[in-house]
Design a protein around this ligand. Sequence first.
Ligand code: 5GP
Ligand code: MN
Ligand code: MN
Length: 323
Amino acid sequence: THEQEFIQAQQFLKEHDQFLVVSHVQPDGDAVSSTLVVGWLLSCLGKKYVMVNEGPIPKRMEILENSEDIVDLSQQPLDETFDYIVCVDCADFKRTGKTSLLFSEHARILNIDHHPTNNGFGTFNLIVEKAAATAEILFDLITFMGIKLNLATATALYTGLLTDTGGFRYSNTSPKVMETASKLLEYGVDGPGLSELFLEQMTFPQLKLLTRVLNGLQMSGDGKISWVTVDDGDLSATGAIHEDMEGIVNYPRNIQGVEVGLLFKVIDETAVKVSMRSAGKVDVARVAQHFGGGGHVRAAGARLEGKLDDVIRRVIEQVKAEL
Ligand code: 5GP
Ligand code: MN
Ligand code: MN
């Protein structure tokens, strides 16, 4: 068990007065939810805190209570620094992005995460690899601390579980995930409404982006690797925004016979972000780590320097080595 880590985490939150709460760049449902849940937990303890992300949070997450309190550093720079940091859902320090500019020189970091590739960059680390989402760890921490949940926080926790398990379908959907979700539903969480909002609904530009990107889908000769690419031209041609790329990588992965699906997102002339999904045979976290990234066995990512064609060639070569 992780009892010692839970005790340390509780102590860290209780013995200091002011905190900075951050998650990873381009935050997903688990990152946003976990940020809000830690903020709520700190408010229960009577602490001061600021929640920050490097960029904006995805639009549809604005229904989560207090999400408007998460400072978007790209819009609202802060010149303060903080001594006590809580990082959620960040596999390594780099994932905190520009929020790390707000960490003071002697900052002490509580690192709460569920990525097996987490390198333990915190002063204190509460890393539970078996957890499907950081939200699952936070639910256990709140229970451990004997604090009673409210509906808004239960909704945020459910959102983290829902999005990181792909709607309670991926292999990380353990009996404990279902038990936790069940307890959250008892608080009155609108499960079907959240599924509809986070997993079913698409904006029209998002659908146009999907059809455009799938038009360029590629397949390796053996049919085991499939990939798509996106650049800013695709976004502007369809009116889509960055967060609309979420989920596209599942399409190549879902093709029968495909072991690894990839999405290459051109950042600029010199860098490409790659999202990797595995059907189970290939540990894509290993592939991602080879390029300085990380993640989970079946879902991982990395940022590579280089031009698109070159990056595609290098990643596919590495995936083939793992097949
Ligand atoms: P996605 O492809 O949806 O961006 O990310 C899939 C998984 O890989 C997530 O668990 C995410 O946290 C992780 N991941 C994505 N990009 C990176 C990266 O650049 N570095 C690390 N360490 N993990 C990443
Ligand atoms: Mn995440
Ligand atoms: Mn997560």
